[in-house]
Write a protein that binds this ligand. Structure first.
Ligand code: FES
Ligand SMILES: [Fe+2]
Length: 354
């Protein structure tokens, strides 16, 4: 007799493939290997003496030491802390200090890396043989255009699969209820392709100078990167990078830049108010994402956004396929969270309790 209790899965989705942010260039100083964990796997990141960043499987094929815990960088190679074997940027063993020969057969899996727009990116695909299917282009706002301010960054970890968070982008009806906004963004167009999507919306804002119309152009580049441009009241661009830590836990890093508004102080004040609002909304969404079920067949209303178009686009990034055995996937039970206030109450409390 088995006592095993079947644990229902959190979602039907495995880790998607694509380019994902693993942090910022300064997180990976020269010659200091770091242990990192993304895509449900241990990794080591190290920068060689020429400044190039490398990301590899971290467990030495000799006896399994983690190269990110005590390993060292020598020139353009990484040395294992356990018995001193060295590996190059392709993961090939280049030296065994106490042997005449090297081990040509056992290599470290090496992941493609690029650093652009102020972020460090890794190409993840479950199949090591699959090369990057797209590139990430430099954005003028992040490459020294003097019209744009310096970077403001925030980050959040969320206990939810990537797709649940990304779906928020097509959900216009939730704004009124989760974010207490008077008007909801109005969808102008939504195009999907591979690897990207482009969504254009307009939204009315009540300001001291009357009702103004804002534009929101949101471009998704694969599952990992969204470039959102806000125009109208304040010109802002945000690079939102969401990376799966596991299939059911993600980290989102926001990078904001604001178009200069005459003087630096005004730009910073308006910009920071904007960042606070985006963060507030993200924190309002978070408990919904973390506690919602994934419904394969949601009961959509007439004016709900293009959910199914979004899901069809998202499905392109699951190389391992999705779990089609059920139609409802619930999150784990977190007893310590059972008494938490619902999102709306939490939000109004933060706004002053009225
Ligand atoms: S475990 Fe790496 S050299 Fe022995
Ligand atoms: Fe939201």
């Amino acid at each position: 007799m088995t006592l095993a209790v079947e644990t229902p899965e959190r979602s039907p989705f495995p880790v998607p493939f694509g380019w994902f942010c693993i942090g910022y260039p300064e997180d990976f100083p020269l010659a200091l290997p770091r242990a990192i964990f993304y895509f449900d796997r241990h990794l080591v990141a190290w920068r060689d003496e020429t400044g190039e960043l490398h990301v590899q499987d971290p467990f030495c094929p000799h006896l399994g030491a983690h190269l990110g815990h005590g390993g060292s960088v020598e020139g353009c190679e990484i040395r294992c802390p356990f018995h001193g074997w060295t590996f190059d940027a392709t993961g090939t063993n280049t030296n065994i200090p106490y042997s005449e020969r090297v081990n040509k057969r056992d290599t470290l899996r090496t992941f493609p890396v690029m650093e652009v727009n102020g972020v460090s990116l890794v190409w993840y695909h479950p199949d090591a043989a699959v090369e990057p299917m797209w590139e990430i282009s430099p954005l003028a706002e992040f490459h020294g255009d003097p019209e744009w301010s310096t970077n403001v960054r925030t980050e959040h970890t969320v206990e939810a699969p990537w797709q649940e968070m990304a779906e928020n982008g097509v959900d216009s009806a939730h704004f009124r209820f989760v974010h207490n906004t008077a008007d909801v963004p109005e969808l102008v167009s939504y195009e999907t392709g591979f690897p990207g999507t482009m969504m254009k919306s307009v939204q009315k804002f009540v300001t001291p100078r009357g009702v103004m119309e804002g534009r929101i152009d949101s471009e998704q580049v694969g599952p990992g990167l969204a470039i959102v441009r806000f125009g109208g009241i304040v010109d802002t661009v945000s690079l939102a990078a969401t990376t799966p830590i596991t299939a059911n836990r993600c980290i989102t890093r926001f990078n904001f830049r604001f178009k200069t508004m005459g003087d630096e102080e005004t730009t910073q004040n308006v910009g920071h108010a904007f960042v606070r609002e985006v963060n507030k909304q993200f924190l309002e969404d978070k408990p919904i994402w973390e506690h919602k079920a994934h419904l394969v067949r949601p009961a959509l209303a007439d004016n709900d956004g293009p959910f199914m178009k979004f899901r069809k686009w998202a499905a392109q990034f699951y190389a391992e396929g999705v779990n089609a055995e059920r139609t409802v996937f619930a999150p784990p039970w977190w007893p310590e969270r059972a008494d938490e206030a619902p999102a709306k109450a939490t939000a109004s409390a933060r706004l002053g309790g009225s």
